[in-house]
Design a protein around this ligand. Structure first.
Ligand code: TK8
Length: 339
């Protein structure tokens, strides 16, 4: 073989190899991950999405990139969930409450007054029970990474101050697309209307609905104070958010890449819970400054509402199964007994 011929073969081989490397590289690097969420960028959800994105970028040495897309620009929770299952979108964060159609055990978290404080929520959500429920998503094409805090929910409306249950009579109240929430507010006498969060502001503005319920943080960040005069502190349920990945996408990742996402999710969770709690602690003052009339329920009225809502416990227990229900009650009794 002549020198020239040998050089030619070598060059061609190198070119071919180079080309195929390039193709592989293009396929996998950087991995662009669309991370959808429902609130706006200037919310606790938006801030934590940014922390998550930064941690992924850093932990992967820039090989994996999160494109965080807020304000439901990729659709409301239920639509994103389907996009993840189908593999058309990689990641999202949203309410556990909107996942009940996919994994019925998620309804456990919708139980009114399940947790008395955020500490109890952290222990259960991050413990074996929360993990077990989260892992049930896998059978349905989703991988749950961590729970974030949405928070304790409170009532707002544009009609009147709610000082007793009867004040809810005839109030058109938007609830999440979730049977436990629907039944809870029907039980309290409201005209409960399920609706995606992305439609809520304009529904309040046009008076399609009179009120809604969400944590202080969201009432503030979504500017509900512009269209809602009254806020009643009810803390009627603790809402988690959950960070999920498309299982189709997850299964294509290497163990290292999966670890990058999981580690960053934990970083984002710890940031998010602290940030949310800090913001919530100041939010009532901020909402009053924006002109909202804020009232607390008298202890007697709070107890009346609570007692009324115990009716839906049977509904939750039937949805999630008696074993899971008892396990949750047992865990809570253990935590409370320790004090
Ligand atoms: C944001 C929702 C929101 C939830 C709701 O996408 O729908 O009321 O509380 O946080 O997940």
């Amino acid at each position: 073989m002549t020198f020239l011929r040998r050089t030619l073969i070598a060059a061609t081989t190198a070119a071919l190899l180079g080309a195929s490397f390039a193709a592989v590289a293009q396929d996998i690097k950087p991995r662009l991950i669309r991370f959808g969420y429902g609130l706006n960028e200037q919310s606790n959800q938006g801030r934590a999405a940014k922390v998550f994105a930064d941690a992924v970028e850093k932990n992967s040495g820039g090989k994996m990139k999160i494109r965080a897309i807020g304000a439901a620009a990729l659709g409301p929770d239920t639509q994103m969930q389907q996009a993840l299952i189908g593999g058309a979108q990689e990641m999202m964060v949203g309410s556990t409450a909107t996942l009940v159609g996919i994994t019925k055990e998620m309804a456990l978290w919708d139980t009114p007054f399940l947790f008395s404080n955020a500490k109890e929520a952290d222990i259960l959500l991050d413990g074996p029970l929360g993990t077990k429920i989260k892992n049930k998503l896998q059978e349905k094409g989703l991988v749950g990474l961590v729970y974030w805090e949405n928070g304790f929910r409170n009532l707002t409306n544009s009609k009147r101050a709610i000082t007793k249950m009867e004040d809810l009579d005839g109030v058109k109240l938007r609830v999440m697309q979730n049977n436990v929430f629907l039944t809870s507010f029907q039980t309290l006498g409201a005209n409960a209307i399920p609706m995606p969060f992305s439609e809520l502001f304009s529904a309040l503005e046009t008076k399609t609905v009179d009120g809604q319920e969400n944590p202080f943080n969201t009432i503030l960040s979504s500017k509900f104070y512009e269209v809602q005069k009254y806020m009643t502190v009810t803390n009627h349920v603790y809402s988690p958010w959950i960070v999920t990945v498309s299982k189709k996408y997850w299964d294509q990742l290497s163990k290292d890449e999966q670890k990058v996402l999981m580690d960053a999710a934990i970083v984002s969770r710890d940031f998010e819970r602290k940030d949310t709690r800090d913001e919530a602690a100041k939010a009532v003052g901020d909402l009053k400054a924006k002109g909202m009339m804020v009232n607390e329920l008298s202890p007697a009225e709070a107890t009346r509402m609570r007692d009324k809502l115990t009716k839906v416990y049977a509904l939750v227990a039937a949805d999630v199964g008696m074993d899971l229900w008892n396990e949750a009650q047992g865990e809570l009794a253990k935590i409370r007994g320790k004090k």
